[in-house]
Design a protein around this ligand. Structure first.
Ligand SMILES: NC(=O)c1ccc[n+]([C@@H]2O[C@H](COP(=O)([O-])OP(=O)(O)OC[C@H]3O[C@@H](n4cnc5c(N)ncnc54)[C@H](O)[C@@H]3O)[C@@H](O)[C@H]2O)c1
Length: 373
């Protein structure tokens, strides 16, 4: 079993999740390799202390990412920092020859993404992938397999959504994800967009003729110091476009909402076809909905319990439920598998979101900014 030594840059919410996924690697049927978290970089001493206290394999800490990426004993980096830092850090990581699993959106805007794409092109032996874990939910994997099989017939339309609700509270203190200089002009689209576009883009469904409705709902937020500050980012976005080419022509809608009352991290996709329609939502995490149709027959949505049936086998029994930390571990397994065994040698075919898919997501989100109604 090959060991891939990871350095983590950005030990916040997501950095800790990834460390946890690596720590329980015995859980997953490993694809010939296992990750080891060997080093942490964060400018916040408390974040570094958490890693030094909780991750036994982590024996190097720094507040300067240059010191981490200069180390010979690090193979790969997981980078989870605010969006304004993506371009500089990702380019430096790639140029240092470290494989990169980076967080979305892979650049604060299209110009930043272009810089990352240039570094990717200049370093073809470095594996670069973007985080996007929801397609590893068993229901989402079933949607992927159904599309790939051709069982849906002619595609009628696609709707993919990612819904949050905590920003409905006007008293929620502002954080960097609501600040244009750190999160970007995309607002909610930059935060949530690649999540909803990953599966459609995997099938080449990049829409043209984009129209978008972007809304700002909460104009000011507490600054956490007794005052209030403008909240400038887009709260909600609906992007509409047309997939047109290679014999297919259908509308596609991507919705990303920070303010969708009652929704707590709900990711969902519905693909409608003339022979079969298929839908999955993390709101009902083990339920796949399928409508099989034959001309003149009934149009019944059927509900199927999925159990623990993701990309890679795990020790969890097939009847048990799957959750967010599982999807992250499955995504990490896909990265490790592709790194250890190559794209064609992977134990299963669904690899992590590619740089090209992030570039397509930036084309869509940039078009949406320009086409906002
Ligand atoms: N895949 C997902 O489901 C998901 C969920 C949330 C966030 N994200 C993405 O993850 C990334 C980070 O988000 P988060 O929620 O973990 O944010 P966070 O604020 O919880 O963590 C970011 C960390 O980066 C550190 N940091 C800031 N500047 C740094 C620097 N120069 N060098 C080293 N560390 C630095 C901060 O101190 C902080 O600990 C973003 O790209 C975000 O879009 C992904």
């Amino acid at each position: 079993m090959k060991t891939i030594r990871f350095g983590i840059i950005g030990g916040g919410l997501m950095g800790k999740e990834l460390a946890s996924a690596a720590a329980r690697w015995m859980h997953i049927e490993a694809p010939g390799a296992r990750p080891e978290i060997a080093a942490i970089c964060d400018v916040n001493p408390a974040a570094r202390a958490w890693f030094m206290d909780h991750v036994p394999s982590c024996d190097f800490e720094t507040d300067d990412y240059h010191a981490l990426i200069a180390r010979d004993d690090i193979d790969a980096i997981y980078c989870a920092v605010p969006h304004n830092l993506h371009a500089q850090l990702y380019v430096d990581i790639i140029e240092a020859g470290k494989h990169l699993l980076g967080e979305k959106p892979f650049g604060i805007d299209k110009a930043a993404n272009d810089r990352i794409m240039a570094a990717v092109a200049a370093h073809p032996t470095v594996l670069v992938r973007s985080s996007s874990e929801f397609p590893f939910f068993p229901g989402a994997q079933a949607v992927v397999k159904a599309i790939a099989s051709g069982a849906l017939g002619q595609i009628i339309g696609v709707r993919a959504r990612f819904l949050h609700a905590s920003d409905l509270d006007p008293n929620k203190v502002i954080n960097w994800k609501r600040m244009v200089d750190k999160n970007g002009a995309y607002g909610c689209m930059g935060d949530l967009g690649l999540h909803v576009m990953h599966i459609p883009l995997r099938f080449g469904w990049e829409p043209s003729r984009i129209a978008a409705q972007l809304t700002k709902i909460v104009a000011e937020r507490p600054d956490g110091k007794g005052g209030s500050v403008p909240c400038e980012t887009w709260d909600n976005a609906a992007i509409h476009g047309m997939v047109d080419g290679q014999g297919a022509r259908f509308p596609i809608t991507f919705e990303t909402r920070r303010i969708a009352p009652g929704e707590m991290n709900t990711w969902e996709i519905e693909v409608d076809g003339t022979k079969q329609s298929i839908a999955f939502s993390t709101k009902h995490p083990k339920t796949l909905r399928v409508l099989d149709y034959t001309p003149g027959g009934p149009q019944d949505w059927k509900h199927r319990d999925m159990g623990y049936a993701s990309a890679y086998k795990a020790i969890t029994g097939g009847i048990f439920e799957f959750g967010f930390p599982d999807s992250l571990q499955q995504m990490m397994a896909a990265f490790v598998d592709e790194l250890a065994n190559g794209r064609d040698g992977m134990a299963q075919p669904f690899n992590c979101a590619t740089p090209e898919e992030t570039a397509a997501s930036h084309r869509i989100m940039t078009a949406a900014l320009g086409a906002a109604l």
